[in-house]
Design a protein around this ligand. Structure first.
Ligand code: NAP
Length: 305
């Protein structure tokens, strides 16, 4: 089992030490600003976790919780103000934004030097060119996890299922940069199982509970499950976990939902060599990498001044 928590804690400890050093030696305290629009409960939880992680590692944070009615223009204005502020090192807008807001314009307004989510086209382009860039936190965290557990990447047959801007595409770029032979699958892939079964390293970012089963996994492969799906019905939990469903049904009864990945846990356990659990796998790494990106942004921008 590849424990995300262990790696995430180590990343955060390293960031904390460096933040202390930066503060003592140059009186710089990195600052992250999170912008959230509307009342999406999941977004509220994600932003709260990010703000809490900032406090843990000594990064200053600001949280702008804006009403659902906020316009694209108002959001762009706020971002321009934050871009101009010298004390702000990282800016993130929690996605998804409400439908009436132009997400592309908002992302492109963020100063690429403060784009700690790595979504700005300049950073996306730099990553594609193999140059230094802010890299989206989830795939960057997965590389840290693989390195920590010494999973070989160079020369490996890697398969990424999903081609989103947030996970799939940057994941494929990072694996390519590390000399894996990379295949990208998506909803139009003709025979998904035949392709994924070739992979020594399988990264799954689909967003459909239990979509990947035994027939998709090469024996001994490393399987990284990025999916985060909430199950709310007992039948779904039984289908996902089979005989091992008891604990999850207890969670369901207590909390009304249980968090699962895109990979059937029993299949991963029986066939994969190494795999990430859900929860406890990739999720925690994302926030840890956001802290690391914010520290990097502070160091890079201040060294330019
Ligand atoms: P997304 O933007 O919805 O992308 C999903 C991808 O899966 C798309 O590329 C889609 O293909 C592909 N797909 C859909 N159905 C498929 C099928 N039947 N066979 C093969 N591919 C299929 O999702 P995302 O933002 O990448 O997120 C994916 C999952 O990761 C979600 O559960 C999300 O909650 C989770 N996530 C977790 C973290 C974390 O920190 N752990 C961070 C980000 C996301 P097309 O392009 O052809 O439509």
């Amino acid at each position: 089992m590849l424990e995300g928590a262990v790696v995430a804690n180590q990343i955060k400890e390293n960031v904390k030490t460096e933040v202390q050093h930066l503060s003592a030696s140059q009186s710089i305290v990195p600052c992250l600003v999170a912008i959230r629009v509307g009342e999406d409960p999941a977004s509220a939880v994600y932003v709260r976790n990010k703000i809490q992680a900032c406090a843990e590692v000594g990064i200053r944070s600001e949280h702008h919780a804006l009403p659902e009615t906020t316009t694209t223009g108002e959001l762009l204005e706020l971002i321009r103000t934050l871009n101009a502020r010298d004390d702000v090192d990282g800016i993130l807008t929690q996605l998804p934004l409400p439908r009436h807001v132009d997400e592309t314009l908002v992302i492109e307004e963020i100063d690429p030097r403060k784009d700690v989510d790595g979504f700005h086209p300049i950073n996306v382009g730099r990553l594609a060119l193999g140059r230094s860039a802010f890299v989206p936190c989830t795939p960057a965290g997965i590389i840290e996890l693989l390195d920590y557990y010494q999973v070989p990447i160079r020369g490996a047959d890697a398969c990424v299922v999903g081609r989103s801007q947030i996970v799939g595409r940057p994941m494929a770029q990072l694996l390519l940069q590390r000399d894996a032979t990379v295949t990208i699958c998506h909803s139009r892939t003709r025979d998904l199982a035949a392709t994924t079964r070739q992979a020594d390293l399988l990264v799954v970012a689909i967003g459909r509970a239990g979509m990947i089963g035994a027939e998709h996994i090469k024996p001994g492969a490393t399987v990284i499950d990025v999916g985060m799906n909430r199950l709310t019905r007992e039948e779904e939990v039984l289908e996902m976990f089979g005989d091992a469903a008891e604990k999850r049904i207890e969670v369901l009864a207590k909390r009304g939902a249980t968090l699962v990945g895109d990979v059937k846990p029993v299949a991963a356990m029986e066939i994969a060599g190494k795999f990430t659990p859900v929860p406890g796998g990739v999720g925690l790494l994302t926030v840890a990498m956001l802290m690391k990106n914010t520290l990097t942004a502070a160091k890079l921008r201040r060294s330019e001044n």
